[in-house]
Design a protein around this ligand. Structure first.
Ligand SMILES: Cc1cc2nc3c(=O)[nH]c(=O)nc-3n(C[C@H](O)[C@H](O)[C@H](O)COP(=O)(O)O)c2cc1C
Length: 333
């Protein structure tokens, strides 16, 4: 049996439009994780709040990721999520009309899925005790776990790294997480100072798995089917895999793994173009300026160099206006 594949949260990339398009066109994903939501002046940041609107996430198996440095921040984020849920029944009628069957959204769930970020490596977060910064503060993790215990109406998971500076820092955190009701723990086996580069530490992953009492999800550098098969053979205790950049580069990867049917390069490019077309249509309808639209769309190709080739990739990235950009995309077909 294959493992569930979770789409990793990628700030600025896997927003609601991407999730909807990917789910419709490519599939194979058990859960989509939102990029982290954070508080700004005591409220969920406006842009983050918009992205989780139930009506923008219909039929999507969604996990809302939050980043918090302490109990107060987590409570603030959970209140914001609950506000969406409480108003959803009325909003549904407002948007779709009375008695109309509306596809299920995360806000219909009895227990909403929430993931807590304990892995973000950016100094802006870490230096303020958020993301991976929590790994150096067991007392703050205790506080956060107390909040988790007080809210059984949410179904929590944690996404974490091995540490901030040293790969053994998880040892003081994992016993606290082991004693907390969690759906699973996702481990990205790097330390924060590595950011997203350098080797994943598989020896630490093994030790972590031996101590971990929660279902364990692996995340890091899974780029193709062989990578997924290798990790599931090497670590048979895994309960799932989470993939980020590998799915951006090859959006069909999860479906290929689930069905055992690989797609050839031509099909893959055709699916990538369909996905892009869907994103382009959506963003062109909500982003007024051409420059802003270009800035929104270009990052979508960031990880596609290997698939589309260096020259077309450079052409896309160098395009200074929409006309040149779309002409570079059309040449891929
Ligand atoms: C541009 C970018 C944005 C990211 N945003 C988030 C985020 O919001 N929350 C999070 O937990 N991880 C975030 N990550 C980390 C990814 O979820 C993932 O852990 C990392 O990319 C390693 O997995 P991969 O090798 O499959 O991409 C981000 C990574 C990148 C490159």
């Amino acid at each position: 049996m294959s493992l569930p594949v979770y789409f990793a949260p990628l700030q600025g990339l896997t927003e609601d439009a991407y999730r909807r398009s990917h789910h419709e066109i490519c599939g194979g994903i058990a859960e989509y994780y939102t990029p982290f939501l954070r508080l700004e002046h005591g409220e969920i940041r406006k842009k983050d709040n918009l992205g989780i609107r139930p009506e923008f996430n219909l039929s999507i198996p969604l996990v809302i990721q939050v980043i918090a440095r302490d109990a107060d921040e987590l409570e603030g984020l959970l209140s914001g999520i609950r506000r969406h849920q409480n108003s959803w029944t009325d909003r549904k009628v407002e948007l779709f009309g009375e008695g109309v069957a509306v596809p299920v959204s995360w806000a219909d769930a009895t227990r909403v899925r929430v993931d807590i970020n304990m892995g973000c490596p950016f100094p802006l977060q870490v230096d303020h005790g958020r993301g991976a910064g929590l790994l150096a503060c067991p007392e703050k993790v205790e506080e956060i776990c107390d909040v988790i215990r007080q809210h059984p109406e949410f179904d929590f998971s944690v996404k974490m790294r091995l540490g901030v500076q040293q790969p053994g820092e998880w040892e003081q955190i994992l016993p606290i997480l082991n004693a907390t009701p969690l759906r699973h723990i996702t481990l990205h086996p790097r330390v924060a100072k590595q950011m997203y580069k350098g080797l994943c530490d598989m020896t630490q992953l093994q030790t972590f798995a031996e101590v971990c009492k929660k279902p364990l999800v692996y995340n890091g550098d899974l780029l193709n089917m062989d990578d997924i098969h290798r990790i599931e053979e090497q670590f048979p205790m895994l309960a799932g895999v989470m993939i980020g950049r590998g799915l951006l580069a090859r959006p069909t990867l999860a479906r290929e793994y689930q069905t055992g049917i690989s797609v050839d390069e031509k099909e893959l490019i055709s699916e990538l173009l369909k996905l892009h077309e869907s994103l382009y249509r959506y963003y062109a309808s909500v982003i007024p300026g051409e420059d802003q639209l270009l800035c929104k769309l270009k990052p979508f190709w960031e990880y596609s160099e290997r698939l589309i080739g260096r020259k077309p990739w450079k052409k896309i990235h160098k395009a200074g206006n929409m006309r040149n950009y779309l002409s570079a995309i059309n040449e891929l077909a």
